[in-house]
Ligand binder design. Structure first.
Ligand SMILES: C[C@@](CO)(OP(=O)(O)O)[C@H](O)COP(=O)(O)OP(=O)(O)OC[C@H]1O[C@@H](n2ccc(N)nc2=O)[C@H](O)[C@@H]1O
Ligand SMILES: Nc1ncnc2c1ncn2[C@@H]1O[C@H](COP(=O)(O)OP(=O)(O)O)[C@@H](O)[C@H]1O
Length: 271
């Protein structure tokens, strides 16, 4: 079985509180983004161990890879044969694109289907939340307004189908836990769901990502990328999640070769 595990972007990210256990409360719109890891799962009935192989972007094979964690999570509760997981990594990590979380969520969905485990989407979301706060979003994988620690969803209407999205990833990887440490939570001035209804060209006045201030201070090149996207005609540009990737929304196709010195430019293809 093969699946294409997509990335996500955050449109707006207000960090509004902090729980006693250190986890932060946020308000954000999570959107699927057409950049994909490829995951193949094959049964290994004769083998006695589940194995992982990674190709594509360099990512060391470690026991805490979210593909393996997802397998172990289901195998603890259900009888699963050993499998071989081939992950072809294409989504940059440490980027705020949720690639690892997506891999974990997709492995849960694939095992559920392949071995007829019978979990509903809601049950899969509950399992995914044990892997990480970003994981449950990828179960239903539709634009969602997220609250709480990022796992309480409500529907949101957002249509970017006639727009062109571009992503720029500098050679900087940001660890999510570290980025959260620099945050001072505060209530948002605007209701994100309200301001999302404004024309996209007005979003830049109202929609912000609270990670940007601290990250831009430490890595000014990421601010430069955002400004460069606006200079090239973006109607909205923002860092995604805790960074380091920055996306731009354009009204027409653009050639961003001028940004090549700042980072890797991705023009996602919708499949
Ligand atoms: C910031 C966001 C925004 O979508 O995404 P990324 O930038 O990582 O893609 C998420 O909140 C990231 O979620 P995720 O990366 O799954 O976080 P987890 O693995 O659960 O937690 C990693 C660490 O981040 C911090 N953390 C995470 C989520 C949250 N709501 N509050 C937190 O304080 C905690 O310190 C935790 O130990
Ligand atoms: N399958 C995976 N793909 C990417 N990173 C993974 C994976 N499994 C575990 N990780 C760990 O998670 C970290 C970041 O995960 P990821 O969700 O891709 O990034 P981001 O925080 O940018 O959303 C990586 O640095 C890596 O240590």
């Amino acid at each position: 079985m093969i699946s294409f595990a997509n990335a996500k972007i955050n449109i707006g990210l207000n960090i509004v509180g902090k729980r006693a256990d250190g986890y932060h409360l946020l308000e954000s719109v999570f959107c699927p983004f057409p950049l994909y890891d490829i995951i193949e799962i094959t049964s290994r009935e004769c083998a006695n161990k589940t194995t992982l192989e990674i190709t594509g972007l360099h990512l060391p094979i470690e026991d805490n890879n979210l593909c393996l964690k997802a397998y172990r999570l289901l195998a603890e509760r259900f009888s699963l044969p050993p499998v071989h997981i081939h992950l072809h990594k294409q989504i940059p990590y440490g980027a705020g694109l949720g690639g690892g979380s997506s891999d974990g969520a997709f492995v849960l969905k694939m095992l559920n289907e392949k071995f007829n485990v019978g979990l509903s989407a809601l049950q899969l979301e509950e399992e995914a939340a044990k892997l990480g706060a970003d994981c449950p979003f990828f179960i239903q994988n539709k634009p969602r307004y997220a609250e709480g620690i990022g796992i309480d969803f409500s529907p949101v209407s957002i249509d970017l189908s006639d727009k062109f999205l571009v992503l720029v990833k500098p050679e900087i990887n940001i660890a999510t836990a570290e980025a959260y440490q620099h945050i001072v939570p505060r209530p948002a001035k605007e209701d994100l769901r309200e301001v999302l209804r404004f024309p996209i060209q007005d979003w830049k006045f109202y929609i912000k990502n609270d990670f940007e201030e601290g990250v831009f201070e430490k890595y000014p090149i990421i601010r430069e990328i955002k400004l460069a996207l606006y200079a090239q005609g973006a109607i909205y540009a923002s860092m995604s999640g805790s960074g380091s990737a920055v996306y731009g929304i354009f009204p027409k196709p653009v050639d961003l070769t001028v940004l090549n010195d700042l980072g890797h430019v991705y023009y996602p293809i919708v499949i």
